[in-house]
Write a protein that binds this ligand. Structure first.
Ligand SMILES: C[S@@+](CC[C@H](N)C(=O)[O-])C[C@H]1O[C@@H](n2cnc3c(N)ncnc32)[C@H](O)[C@@H]1O
Length: 249
């Protein structure tokens, strides 16, 4: 456990070359804030009980979540401020506590949020018909995809092999596929979705979702939650495979 805002000497700061360290590029903050405010409005601030599982220094708390009915953060670092937070590994926290009371989950990781998403689906279970859940994701798998690797949890939830050259071109299609599977597991559909793409080099997607519970499907019935994109004229190998379903070679 480390507290991050304890006073440091000028000497230590000079040695470390520290000026101001933040967790977000400024250009991303606007899109991230906008997405969170939309999710908050859609759920209704009075109904919003937020779990901010990669809470960081609290920029999103200040920009949006402080207006929610309740808030609990979690981060491996301890920030001495007004927030109530778990301090430790958020993935362990998610596995240990009752997730039902939360109506909004924020997974603002630096990399892939899908391990946390899988834990949420498994531990929280399906939504009741008509029940709403806000979900905010920072999807940062882009760099790994460019190396032809799909992060483990994303491979699991999207049902794809972990190694696949050229997979970065299909980043958006893989996210859709993962969201479809999430909706199947949590028995819900996507009522609203807002998405922003970071700079090309970062390969980041910022995604806000409002999920709403549906009746259990009848036997053999499937309902894709994410509308399929029209097939491009010359789809690549993965794009074709993704459209037809598994397995992908
Ligand atoms: C992109 S920053 C979050 C910024 C934050 N949402 C904000 O508004 O300021 C990612 C944060 O996740 C934390 N983090 C990454 N992996 C973690 C883990 N396994 N458990 C707890 N915190 C983690 C980092 O310490 C970092 O503060």
């Amino acid at each position: 456990m480390r507290a991050t805002n304890r006073p440091r000497s000028a000497f230590t700061d000079a040695i470390n070359g520290i000026t101001k360290k933040t967790n977000d590029a400024p250009e991303a903050s606007k899109a991230k804030t906008d997405i969170r405010r939309r999710v908050l409005n859609a759920i209704g601030a009075e109904n919003a009980h937020v779990g901010d599982w990669f809470a960081g220094e609290g920029r999103m708390y200040q920009a949006a979540w402080k207006d929610a009915a309740s808030y609990i953060g979690s981060d491996e670092f301890w920030y001495r401020d007004e927030r109530t937070c778990y301090v430790g590994d958020s993935l362990r926290v998610l596995r240990c506590i009752d997730l039902k009371p939360f109506t909004v989950h924020d997974f603002d990781t630096w990399g892939s949020p899908w391990t946390a998403v899988l834990i949420l689906a498994d531990r929280r279970g399906p939504l009741e018909p008509g029940e709403k859940l806000g979900l905010v994701l920072t999807e940062g798998s882009g760099l790994r995809l460019r190396m032809g690797e799909i992060p483990d949890a994303l491979a699991v939830i999207s049902g794809l092999y972990r190694h696949m050259p050229g997979v970065a071109r299909s980043h958006a299609a893989i996210i859709d596929r993962a969201l479809n599977e999430l909706c199947r597991r949590m028995r819900c559909r996507i009522e609203a979705r807002w998405q922003a793409k970071g700079k090309a080099a970062s390969g980041l997607y910022y995604i806000g979702l409002v999920l709403v519970g549906v009746e259990a499907p009848g036997e053999g019935e499937t309902r894709p939650a994410v509308e399929q994109r029209p097939t491009p004229e010359k789809p690549d190998r993965l794009e074709c495979a993704v459209r037809r379903g598994l397995p992908v070679p």
